[in-house]
Ligand binder design. Structure first.
Ligand code: 7TS
Length: 414
């Protein structure tokens, strides 16, 4: 495993933990050890207080009121767009579209760009590592259009087979849609190479960034991806808010997603003229508080520093991998050379749901199941794994508690 860029300043995890009130709570009489961060992250006080302040002091609909509250609310909503633009280094804030999350961002591209541009005989390329939300929308589109979905295979470590990828890209390939980081295994995919190669062959590229933005620095201009999708709740922000980044020229040429208020320039019964991006894709009253909270979450991550976060989580991953590997019944699923802070494992014949349940009694929250990545489980001939996933507030003593809880599972099933 290669360490991300190292940091020079000391990382004060205890100070960070104080910013997350939920980390003080107990579960089943034990201190909470929250290791289910790939499912959703906990929220810092700055985000919680912003949500509270929004509804106490600012609540009003946006883009339509002349009154002060509406102006304040609109400004905060649009300021957050600039915060997001800067966070992923998009060229323009018009390239930042608010959605409900990664799932909706991908569906938006499938239903707008996809329905306009995909024809019978075209091919869409995804990978064997994808979350269901980067599989099913493309299956639906391919079914509707008579197009073909192709899949980049992986090796036994959970890494994409890049030679196979290159063979699969042909003149028929219109889109490559891959995850930046696998939620089930933690593999960090070589997306810069994928984007470069796909572009050389005339295909667009969508990156599912649900598992990356909170853990790796993302620069969409440097990457040159065409679309990038992520969820607010996986980066210490509220649920129900997410982002689709798209290159402006593409967004301009795409039809709208949903029709309604706020996405129009003018409406008559004969003809409606649409607003420009991003508003063209934001019909109806959006999740205003969520947007503003997401802006605060990104401020928080920026203040801690993504390089520092990546280095800290990598340390936890290495520490946890070594500790779990010493238990002979543990099989770690996903051993890529480049990995983010995800530890998926099985424990002999013990069902991952039983592992998850016993861990929970010890205060340790992990996810057990197929992680909405059933093809990944099939590839490894297993129905499910237990998955510990790290965030910026996790500690080595918490990893020790995970390991102790795994021993407890073995004791119960002896
Ligand atoms: N893509 C990836 C790679 C994901 O990990 C997830 C959610 C999604 C898309 C969908 O994100 P949403 O916010 O729209 O739901 N992954 C997980 C997980 O690993 N455990 O719970 C949700």
């Amino acid at each position: 495993m290669t360490a991300p860029a190292s940091i020079k300043t000391a990382y004060d995890v205890e100070k960070i933990r104080k910013d997350f009130p939920i980390l003080n709570r107990q579960v089943h009489g034990k201190p909470l050890v929250y290791l289910d961060n790939a499912a959703t992250t906990q929220k810092p006080l700055s985000v919680i207080e912003m949500e509270d302040r929004y509804y106490r002091e600012m609540n009003a609909n946006i883009h339509r009121g002349v009154h002060l509250l509406s102006q304040e609310s609109t400004k905060a909503y649009e300021d957050a767009r600039v915060t997001i633009q800067k966070f992923i280094n998009a060229a323009s804030s018009s390239e930042i579209i608010y959605t409900r999350g990664t799932t909706e961002s991908i569906n938006l591209v499938a239903q707008t760009w996809g329905r306009k541009n995909i024809q019978a005989g075209d091919e869409i390329l995804i990978s064997h590592l994808e979350h269901h939300s980067n599989i099913v929308p493309w299956q639906m589109l391919c079914e509707e259009k008579g197009a073909k979905l192709k899949v980049i295979p992986i090796n036994d470590r959970g890494e994409l087979l890049m030679d196979e990828f290159k063979k699969l890209v042909t003149s028929k390939t219109k889109l490559v849609s891959v995850g930046h980081v696998s939620n089930a295994l933690g593999t960090i995919n070589p997306i810069a190479d994928i984007i470069h190669y796909a572009h050389e062959h005339g295909a667009l590229v969508l990156i599912d960034g649900a598992q990356s933005v909170a853990h790796l620095k993302v620069d969409v201009q440097k990457l040159d991806c065409d679309f990038y999708a992520f969820s607010g709740h996986k980066i210490y922000g509220p649920t129900g808010i997410g982002v689709l980044y798209g290159k402006l020229a593409l967004l301009n040429a795409m039809p709208p997603y949903q029709g309604g208020g706020d996405m129009i320039a003018s409406v008559t019964f004969e003809k409606t003229l649409y607003a420009k991006p991003p508003h063209k894709f934001e019909a109806g009253t959006p999740h205003i508080a969520g947007v503003i909270g997401l802006g605060k979450a990104l401020d928080y991550v920026t203040a801690v520093g993504l390089d520092a976060i990546a280095a800290h989580e990598h340390e936890l991953l290495v520490y946890g991998t070594q500790a779990l590997s010493q238990i002979k019944q543990v099989r770690i699923i996903g051993t890529a050379a480049m990995k983010a802070g995800v530890l998926s494992f099985t424990l002999g014949e013990i069902h991952p749901h039983d592992i998850g349940t016993i861990l929970d009694r010890q205060g340790v929250a992990v996810r057990a199941g197929h992680h909405c990545a059933q093809p990944v489980m099939d590839r490894f001939n297993i129905p499910a794994t237990a998955r510990a996933s790290f965030a910026l507030y996790n500690t080595k003593p918490e990893v020790d508690l995970l390991v102790a809880a795994v021993h407890k599972v073995l004791e119960v099933f002896k």
